[in-house]
Ligand binder design. Structure first.
Ligand SMILES: [Zn+2]
Length: 235
């Protein structure tokens, strides 16, 4: 084992930590959390808008139906009134027709009241649908704005990652294969830090001191390892 191989590996470690930081940043952009929140808001608003629109359609159907019934009643009333005023009926028939007309007038009044009450509900229902549509439009616009920012940020991060991967590949060239294997294995089990500088008697990986005898023991090995955390040490 040459010392230069370890220094090269320490450089690989430095690049790997930069890559880890970039990957972490890629997944934890503040805009990503906002994006998820806005996406949820849109789903909620879509559901509420769907319900409000359905209620509005139902109300419109009721208005149509009531107006239709009202015009039928009006036509019937007019027909009965015409016959009543035309005369030529028996007293009994006239009395019957008079009662019919009275009843139809009562029905017409009730239906007019119903139509008016339904029409009163139409405006607030339309306003609610419109207000929800406006909120939806705004939320969708916000989602698209966040999407643009995230894509831009990711593009920059990915370009940076490509450069770092390229540098890592170069830095790995002089490092022996078995050492790379050990390094990758230690990276997996030791929070991404496999090799650390040994400075002022302290391991740069676990930040614990090595006594002079521990230090001697560690550095008498072909591949110096921290006695506490087993990371590779470079003095
Ligand atoms: Zn250590």
């Amino acid at each position: 084992m040459t010392i230069s191989g370890l220094y090269d590996l320490l450089e690989v470690q430095k690049i790997d930590l930069e890559i880890d930081r970039l990957l972490d940043r890629r997944q934890s952009l503040p805009e990503l959390a906002e994006y998820r929140k806005t996406h949820e808001l849109i789903q909620t608003l879509e559901a509420r808008h769907g319900e409000a629109a359905e209620q509005l359609r139902d109300l419109e159907r009721q208005v149509d139906k009531a107006e239709g019934e009202l015009s039928i009643l009006e036509a019937k009333l007019q027909e009965h009134e015409t016959r009543l005023f035309a005369g030529g009926m028996s007293g009994k028939e006239t009395e019957y027709m008079r009662l019919e007309v009275e009843s139809l007038r009562g029905q017409r009044e009730a239906m007019e009241t119903r139509v008016l009450s339904l029409l009163d509900q139409l405006d607030p229902a339309r306003e609610e649908v419109a207000a929800l549509q406006k909120q939806l439009d705004e939320a969708r616009e916000e989602l698209s704005r966040l999407d643009g920012i995230i894509r831009q940020e990711w593009k920059q991060i990915d370009a940076e990652l490509t450069r770092k991967e390229e540098r890592k590949k170069e830095a790995l060239v002089p490092v022996p294969a078995h050492l790379v294997g050990l390094y990758e294995e230690l990276r997996r089990t030791k929070e991404g830090v496999a090799i650390a500088a040994f400075e002022h008697g302290v391991c740069g990986g676990c930040h614990m001191s090595l006594s002079p005898s521990e230090r001697e023991e560690a550095f008498s090995e072909e591949l110096p390892r921290c006695v506490h955390c087993r990371r590779i040490l470079v003095a």
